[in-house]
Each structure stands twice: as structure tokens, then as C-alpha cells.
Design a protein around this ligand. Structure first.
Ligand code: NDP
Length: 447
């Protein structure tokens, strides 16, 4: 590893010893930047690495709210404004009990490079709360979101920081957050993305991350003369990203055999068709139920409590789309033994470092999250453009732009990897292509 990179990584490890996810994300990036750092001493002179691994600003705040039993509850709120070299801060909000500084810093750090890869002018950020929307009434969720925004509003704005959804933050939460922001600042402006299409959202934004991942996967498959058509596919998760990944995989001719939630997973050897997917979408988005019910409804499907799909059946391709570190080394080995040769990450950092190294050693087509799931934030960027122009583009227009962006990201990863002697390594390609644009902007702008 390049000496400068090594020194900065050691410093990050020493100063953030309790933040394992953040260290994992930084290590992965610095590991692949050696040839870039070797050939550009300018980055060391400008302390680019030291600066890029430290958020420009971390906001931590109290979120007190009153629940439907008239009891006062208190949660912790965060916004990490990581890097603004190439545009206003941009990144999702996650509401989940596991949320902490390490997880949000890893997500915010990754977001810098992902946003850069889209070629749209967006800096990197992430935020959220340890609030758990699961099992809460709409009134509880509204009360929480209003309190969260009562603090956050003063730190965000259409040209400052534009949050979006993530785990636990969907259309309902974005609605309550936007409503509160609008009341406080007395302005109707594009401060959040993921808005409902009736009041400022973009067509295809809900679909974008899942569709984008399948487009990226297809680009990787094309490099080996393959396509999605006729492939067996495993997907994990059953939220926003997973649902639209499954939808696009089905429409492109794959047979999808798995989905999951945080309680367990289902394997359906007959394949999940559009009708069965519609059941899942009703179950998850409207009734807010558990994936177990799928196996109770459809004969031929089996439910596995507390298990992930990877070791339970054979597949050609896989799209982990639930959460971080949900695919470990043993899972990767099981996938390989079952004939899988292509994994494209819908979730952020769903594969452990050991799993990634194993898959790369077995010549998998491996699409890292930064590149493969960038379609979501790219379409958020398109939502921001439509808001600024006060226009709404058609679904066909946005989908075509999304498809083009995913093809360009694939091309950028491929050429960056080749240029620095790591042909076929999409992890290196994504990190290098994403880094160069941000690092050069930081040099241009001075300290
Ligand atoms: P959702 O909240 O819509 O869905 C999350 C899914 O993952 C649910 O099925 C949930 O199960 C499951 N899940 C959550 N936590 C865990 C856990 N600890 N173990 C197992 N399963 C879990 O979120 P999204 O679909 O939006 O996000 C999924 C992933 O994609 C995240 O990593 C997110 O950062 C990433 N992502 C999302 C983007 C977007 O546009 N939404 C953009 C880019 C990346 P349950 O129902 O039980 O909670």
C-alpha cells in the first residue's frame, strides 16, 4: 500500500477505534487508491486524504416527541455533512434502532464517491436517528418527524444540504419532514428528494435504486457476453430497493427466488412473479407486515426464520439489498459453490471485506454499492433539477436518463480500473473514478 495512504488509514483506525463500519469503508477506499496516490504527490501536499476522511461537520441533536399515549419520548438525531467539494451535501436519512455515528459516517463517506460517480453536482452526507418506525402509528411517526425537522431545518436547504430517504425513511416520512420544513421556513423549495410525485417528486425515483442496480448488473454481464435473461437471481431485503430490483429482474427475464426482512427470508423455487411481488409490496408498504406471510400465502415457498438466503439455494446472480454486512465469507463461498458468478450490491456495503476479497479471487463480476446503487441518488439529482426548473419529466425520460447514467458509471469504473492496471476490478474502478473528481475539486478550491 502507498505509504501516505497507509499512514492516513492508521490514523483513522487509531482515532475511530470504536467505529468498525467507518473503518471498513475507509480501508476499502484507501486500499484501492495506491496507484493514484503514487502518481499524484499533489494529493499528499494538499492533505487530501486527511481531509476527505473527516466530515466537514457533524450535527448531533436531541429529538423529543410525544407519542400517541401522551408519553414523552427522546431519540438521538444526526446529520453528517461529509464533503461539499462538488456540490451541496446530499444523502439519505436512516431511521433504525441500530443507527450510530459509525454507521452514518461509513454511509456518508461512501456517499462522497457515489455522488461523484453520478457526474451530478452533489456533495456527500448522511443522517438519521435511532428512532424505529416499525410498529409505530402514523401519528407517532409524524410527531417524531416534526420534531426531527424542528432542529434539522436550520442546517439544510436546496443549495446547502438536500436529504433523502434510506432504511426506515420512505414516502410517508419524507412527507411529514417536508411539511414541517415548509411551515418553519415559509418556503416551498426542493429541500428533500423522494417526495410524492403530486407535490414535487420525480417519476421513477422510487424505482431508481433497484432499476439502476439491475442496469448496472446487465452492463457487467454484457462484458462476458451474458445477460439477465434466463438467469436465476437471489435478492435480499423487501423494502424499497429490493422491491424494484425484483421488478426489473422479472421484466428482464430473470427468475427471482428469494427476498427477506430483518426476521428471516423466503425461498420460492417457482419464482416470484409480478403478482407475488405485488403481494409483497402491499404487505410491506401498506400493511407493514412480515415476509413470513408470503410463505403462508404461496405454496411452493418456504420461510426460514432468522436466516439469509445465500446458503439456502443455488443461483446465478445475486443482489443483496437489505443492509450492511449481510453477506459474509461463508455466504460468498456458498454462492460460489452454487454456481453464482455475479453479485451487484443494492444495499450499502452489504458484503463483508472478506466476502468481497473471496468473490474477486473467484473472478466474480462484483458490482460495489457505490457504483451499483448510485441510481437512487442520481435520480434524486434529477428530482433536484426538475424542482429548480419547475418542470416534471415523463417516466420514460427519467428512466432513459437513469439507464444512461448507470451505463456511464459502468464505463467510468471500467476505464479507471484499466488506467491504473486493475482491469475488471469494479471496486477499484469506482473508488478511483469517484475519488479523482472530488480530490481535484478540493485541490482547486484550496483549504
Ligand atoms: P427499506 O427500509 O425500504 O428496506 C430495508 C429492508 O432491509 C427491509 O426489508 C428490512 O427489513 C431489511 N433490513 C433492515 N435492517 C436489517 C437488518 N439489520 N438485517 C436484515 N434485514 C434488514 O430501505 P431501503 O430499501 O431504502 O434500503 C436498503 C439498503 O439500500 C440500505 O443499505 C440503504 O442504505 C441502501 N440504499 C437505499 C437507497 C434508496 O434509494 N432507498 C439508495 C442507495 C442505497 P424489515 O422490514 O424487517 O425492517
Amino acid at each position: 500500500m502507498n505509504e501516505y495512504g497507509k499512514r492516513v488509514l492508521e490514523d483513522v483506525i487509531a482515532k475511530n477505534a470504536d467505529q468498525s463500519e467507518f473503518i471498513q469503508a475507509v480501508r476499502e477506499v484507501i486500499d484501492t487508491l495506491s496507484p493514484v496516490l503514487d502518481s499524484n504527490p499533489n494529493y499528499e501536499q494538499n492533505a487530501i486524504l486527511e481531509r476527505i476522511v473527516v466530515p466537514e461537520r457533524i450535527l448531533i441533536f436531541q429529538v423529543p416527541w410525544v407519542d400517541s399515549n401522551n408519553k414523552v419520548q427522546v431519540n438521538k438525531g444526526y446529520r453528517i455533512q461529509f464533503n461539499s467539494a462538488i456540490g451541496p451535501y446530499k444523502g439519505g436519512l436512516r431511521f433504525h434502532p441500530s443507527v450510530n455515528l459509525s454507521i452514518l459516517k461509513f454511509l456518508g463517506f461512501e456517499q462522497i464517491f457515489k455522488n461523484s460517480l453520478t457526474t451530478l453536482p452533489m456533495g456527500g452526507a448522511k443522517g438519521g436517528s435511532n428512532f424505529d418506525p416499525k410498529g409505530k402509528s402514523d401519528l407517532d411517526v409524524m410527531s417524531f418527524c416534526q420534531s426531527f425537522m424542528r432542529e434539522l431545518y436550520r442546517h439544510i436547504g436546496p443549495n446547502i444540504d438536500v436529504p433523502a430517504g434510506d432504511i426506515g425513511v420512505g414516502a410517508r416520512e419524507i412527507g411529514y419532514l417536508f411539511g414541517q420544513y415548509k411551515k418553519i421556513v415559509n418556503a416551498y423549495e426542493g429541500v428533500l428528494t423522494g417526495k410524492n410525485i403530486n407535490w414535487g417528486g420525480s417519476l421513477i425515483r422510487p424505482q431508481a435504486t433497484g432499476y439502476g442496480n439491475v442496469y448496472f448488473m446487465n452492463e457487467m454481464l454484457k462484458t462476458r457476453g451474458e445477460s439477465i435473461e434466463g438467469k436465476t437471481a437471489m435478492v435480499s431485503g423487501s423494502g424499497n430497493v429490493a422491491q424494484y430490483t425484483v421488478m426489473k429482474l422479472i421484466s428482464m427475464g430473470a427468475k427471482v427466488i428469494s427476498m427477506s426482512d430483518s426476521s428471516g427470508c423466503i425461498i420460492d423455487k417457482d419464482g416470484i412473479d409480478l403478482e407475488k411481488l405485488d403481494f409483497i409490496m402491499q404487505l410491506k408498504n401498506v400493511r407493514r407486515g412480515r415476509i413470513r406471510e408470503y410463505a403462508e400465502k404461496f405454496t411452493g415457498a418456504k420461510y426460514f426464520e432468522k436466516q439469509r438466503p445465500w446458503r439456502l439455494a443455488k443461483t446465478d446472480i445475486a443482489a443483496p439489498s437489505a443492509t450492511q454486512n449481510e453477506l459474509d465469507l461463508d455466504d460468498a463461498k456458498a454462492l460460489f459453490e452454487g454456481g453464482c458468478f455475479c453479485v451487484s450490491e443494492g444495499a450499502n456495503m452489504p458484503s463483508t471485506s472478506e466476502a468481497v476479497a473471496f468473490m474477486q479471487s473467484k473472478n466474480f463480476l462484483f458490482g460495489p454499492a457505490k457504483a451499483a446503487n448510485a441510481g437512487g441518488v442520481a435520480t434524486s439529482g434529477l428530482e433536484m433539477s426538475q424542482n429548480s426548473l419547475r418542470m416534471s419529466w415523463s417516466a420514460e425520460d427519467v428512466d432513459a436518463k437513469l439507464h444512461g447514467i448507470m451505463q456511464n458509471i459502468h464505463a467510468a469504473c471500467t476505464s479507471a480500473a484499466e488506467r491504473f492496471g486493475m482491469k475488471g476490478n469494479y471496486v477499484a474502478g469506482a473508488n478511483i473514478a469517484g475519488f479523482l473528481k472530488v480530490a481535484d475539486a478540493m485541490v482547486d478550491q484550496g483549504i
